[in-house]
Design a protein around this ligand. Structure first.
Ligand code: ZN
Ligand code: ZN
Length: 260
């Protein structure tokens, strides 16, 4: 199996060394581990969320060196915030050392809605509008065509605040577009470690993804070595239950199939 969403100490909120993540991947019998640490945000937003612009080259070089030392394939990616910020050098979008880019939305305007310190804001807003605003950004992110993978598709549910409106008119056009462009959506198991206590996205959305033929991939969003491959048996069983018989991996931004 593969884990395409793991972090490093460079983002300042993950623990352990990359070597420890790789060793955990080997223990878990993964054949690929993909690092996708947080690409640099501007300083006023960064606050222990991402690496600094000066660290991106060290990050890529560190992973290149490690990839030669282990029997497991080490993939090099970034988790990039959308909307984009100029602090992430645009040349990484065409850099052949990069295997894949995950696009993620962690901000609605200036609100870091998945940050525990700002959770109160959910009680101050119309929750259905929060979800609509979030999915609007995700739609634009997919439409940009800049990303291989969409990170934690329904992250806005993280703290358990649920929309009560039907959001299919927001969600289905995103799935349709992702399918057309072959943009993958990751099954991200970190939701099982958060108040919402379920994977991203929900099983209902995974079933729709299968109907639309959206490529699927898999990530733990590990911020500690022991979180690598977290709850993968459960995730794989949901993926198969939805109908999938393969997931996708990437090499130098080229997608390939991995049979389940
Ligand atoms: Zn993080
Ligand atoms: Zn994220």
């Amino acid at each position: 199996m593969i884990d395409y969403h793991v972090h490093t100490f460079l983002c300042d909120h993950a623990t352990g060394t990359p070597q420890e993540y790789i060793e955990k991947a080997i223990d878990a019998e993964l054949f690929e581990i993909g690092f996708s640490d947080h690409a640099p945000l501007p300083e006023h937003l960064r606050q222990n969320i991402t690496m600094e612009p000066e660290e991106t080259e060290d990050y890529v070089t560190m992973l290149q060196v490690l990839s030669d030392k282990y029997p497991v394939a080490v993939k090099i990616g970034f988790e990039v915030d959308y909307p984009l910020h100029p602090t992430f050098d645009a040349r990484y979008f065409t850099d052949t050392r990069i295997d894949y880019l995950i696009g993620s939305c962690h901000f609605i305007g200036d609100w870091p809605f998945d940050h525990p310190a700002f959770v109160d804001e959910y009680t101050k807003r119309d929750i259905n509008q929060v979800y609509r605003d979030y999915y609007r950004i995700v739609y634009d992110m997919v439409a940009s065509g800049m990303f291989d993978i969409i990170g934690h598709f329904d992250l806005v549910k993280k703290f358990g605040y649920r929309a009560n409106a039907d959001l299919s008119t927001e969600i289905e056009p995103i799935l349709q577009l992702a399918a057309q462009q072959l943009t993958a959506i990751e099954i991200n198991t970190s939701g099982w470690r958060k108040p919402v206590n379920e994977e991203y996205p929900s099983f209902e959305i995974i079933q729709k993804m299968f109907q639309y033929n959206v490529p699927v991939t898999l990530g733990s969003d590990a911020h500690a070595p022991e979180e690598v491959a977290y709850n993968f048996n459960e995730a794989l069983s949901l993926i198969k239950q939805a109908g999938y018989r393969k997931i996708v991996g990437y090499r130098k931004r080229k997608q390939y199939a991995i049979t389940l």
